[in-house]
Ligand binder design. Structure first.
Ligand SMILES: [Zn+2]
Length: 585
């Protein structure tokens, strides 16, 4: 078993540590992150409007015993106009030691951080682009329930070694590095230098440039030329082992695929004196799933967006998160009837829907989660056919809430869409996936996948090297669907996205007739065609108005026999009410 005295190492690495020590030992002046820090997205502070992050170079050291992070960040910022005050976001839990603008130190009196919005006022107004360097340290927020609650997790492996992970989707990048905590704050280029004890591996975004050996530690240098989603920047540190391969893409390029995992106790890599016991089988099985998943995404959507970096998966102490090219996986290798790891597949989907395509505001988060979730039934169909596809869709259908519209039409912060009491919450995922299923039925595979591909890449013919990550929103998607389908589908989106309540099919059956009519609260008429099976014979009704069919009491009538149309259905409400009554989850 490998054990190291790790708490001392940052002290040896950082000369200034002795003077920092008393501050850390005492109670930090602010234990809690401010409401400003905990919010991500939404209203953009005036000082940050129009400011872009061209490059973020981040250096990290840690004191694992005392849970202290030491950071230095150099941000290259650009803006059209000179500014008297420069602002980025950083949690007030950190003490800012020194700030430089273009390598010139800024007097400490000119640096303020009253609430998490760091305000730097140099002597004179400054022109852009400029280099803003910030040296800081402190105890970052630790999450109570990651990844839904964000921060830096200081966990331990079963063998008692450090296992650090960051997950900040809900609260934003400012929980551990200075950034512009908005979807538009993506650094266009990223370098990370992460110094850890020699028994630990630091896995992060982009591609590994080099590992520099120091006396008692080593520094991992990661780099990416791709714009990186702000909450996708992640640190993962543990005594990781790796599984690696090169994947040959259908687009003719080849890229590395790596899984950073923890060897299980008693495995051959854990103790060289024990005969090789194959206890890393779980890790190898999971890793073996990746080539097929990549083939699936490249077939339906397009090229893997970060092939210059890697496909990276890392085992984490939390469930999972779509960290760009270093996807977090913490599903404990659970198996289900669909024959693939749903969480691995879901997080991998976000490389396309979230990291390559990023929403312009959190109000459009359904594009990440709805498409990201639809990929699981679609993959079940790709692997096993229709029973798996429809079973998956039926499973998630019972979890719809329909309390808030999926899209509000307003600029939103993250919690205003994910929090069930404030916005659509889980409907982003499950209702979003069902909207995709119904849309695909309505416009057909060619138009549906054509629109999705163009949404993701901004062009219909993506090839490695002819696209970069992009921003898009719901309006862009609707325009693409209208163009690819050759028809105006606004009525569809009015009902499913901008209206909370699902359309209801009002039916009345007498001894001689069946009457059907759509009832919606949406502003435009809902003209969803509907299949109906009478004694096994299927016909499609246009349903542009109230429709009456002749039926006898003995006729076997099945409405929407192929479950194509998302609509209000009492069976799901009854199940939900029963579960609530009986206390079932
Ligand atoms: Zn997701």
């Amino acid at each position: 078993m490998r054990k190291f005295v790790i708490g001392l190492i940052p002290l040896l690495l950082l000369s200034a540590c002795a003077t920092r020590d008393p501050v850390i030992k005492g109670q930090p002046s602010r234990e809690l992150s401010t409401p400003y820090t905990l919010k991500t997205g939404g209203f953009v502070p005036p000082l940050q409007r129009g400011v872009t992050v061209q490059h973020a170079e981040l250096w990290f050291n840690f004191d694992f015993e005392r849970k202290v992070l030491y950071g230095t960040s150099e941000l290259t910022l650009d803006s059209q106009r000179k500014k008297r005050t420069i602002s980025v976001d950083l949690d007030t839990r950190f003490k800012v030691e020194q700030v430089w603008i273009n390598d010139q130190p800024v007097p400490s009196g000119n640096v303020k951080n009253p609430d998490g919005q760091l305000l730097i006022t140099p002597q004179n107004a400054v022109a852009f682009p400029l280099k803003l360097k910030i040296q800081y340290f402190g105890r970052p927020r630790t999450p109570v329930n990651a990844p839904w609650d964000g921060g830096v997790m200081w966990q331990q492996t079963p063998q008692g070694e450090p296992w650090l992970a960051t997950a900040v989707q809900g609260e934003g990048c400012d929980l551990f590095w200075p950034c512009i905590d908005q979807p538009a704050g993506e650094p266009q280029q990223l370098d990370l230098h992460i110094t850890v004890p020699k028994n630990l591996v630091a896995a992060s975004n982009g591609s590994l440039q080099k590992v520099t050996q120091l006396e008692n530690a080593h520094t991992f240098h990661w780099h990416s030329d791709a714009p990186t989603n702000t909450y996708g920047v992640a640190l993962n540190i543990a005594p990781y082992e790796t599984l690696s391969m090169d994947f040959d893409s259908r687009f003719g390029n080849r890229y590395p695929v790596t899984y950073y995992y923890l060897p299980e106790p008693g495995s051959s890599t854990d103790n060289a004196e024990t005969p090789a016991a194959d206890t890393d089988e779980n890790a190898r099985d999971l890793f073996a799933e990746l080539p097929q998943m990549l083939r699936f995404f490249e077939h339906y959507i397009g090229p893997y967006p970060f092939s210059k970096d890697k496909v990276g998966i890392v085992q984490t102490p939390h469930l999972g998160m779509e960290h760009q090219s270093i996807n977090a996986y913490g599903n404990n290798y659970k198996k289900d009837a669909y024959g693939f790891d749903w969480l691995l597949q879901h997080e991998l989907a976000h490389e396309w829907f979230g990291n390559q395509l990023t929403n312009t505001s959190w109000d459009h988060m359904w594009l990440h989660e709805g498409l990201g979730t639809y990929m699981q039934p679609l993959y079940a169909q790709y692997l096993h056919g229709d029973v798996a596809y429809y079973a998956y869709l039926n499973k998630i259908r019972s979890q719809l809430h329909n309390r808030y519209p999926i899209v509000s039409g307003m600029v939103k912060a993250e919690e205003e869409v994910y929090d069930e009491d404030k916005g659509p919450g889980l409907d982003l995922y499950y209702k979003g996936a069902w909207v995709m299923h119904t849309l695909r039925y309505l416009i057909g595979d060619e138009a549906f996948f054509g629109a999705v591909t163009e949404l993701v890449y901004g062009r219909p013919d993506p090839r490695p090297g002819n696209f970069t990550p992009r921003y898009a929103n719901t309006k862009d998607f609707i325009e693409l669907v209208n163009r690819h389908s050759g028809s105006n589908m606004n009525w569809f989106f009015d009902t499913y996205l901008y209206t909370a309540k699902l359309p209801e099919l009002v039916t009345q059956r007498t001894s001689t007739a069946l009457t059907l009519e759509w009832d919606t609260t949406a502003k435009s008429q809902f003209v969803m065609p509907l299949q109906i099976s009478i004694n096994g014979e299927i016909q499609t009704l246009s349903m542009t108005r109230k429709t009456t069919l002749s039926v006898t009491p003995d006729d076997v009538v099945i409405i929407d026999p192929h479950s194509l149309v998302l609509r209000q259905q009492p069976r799901f409400e009854e199940l939900k009410a029963y579960k609530a009554r009986s206390g079932q989850p």
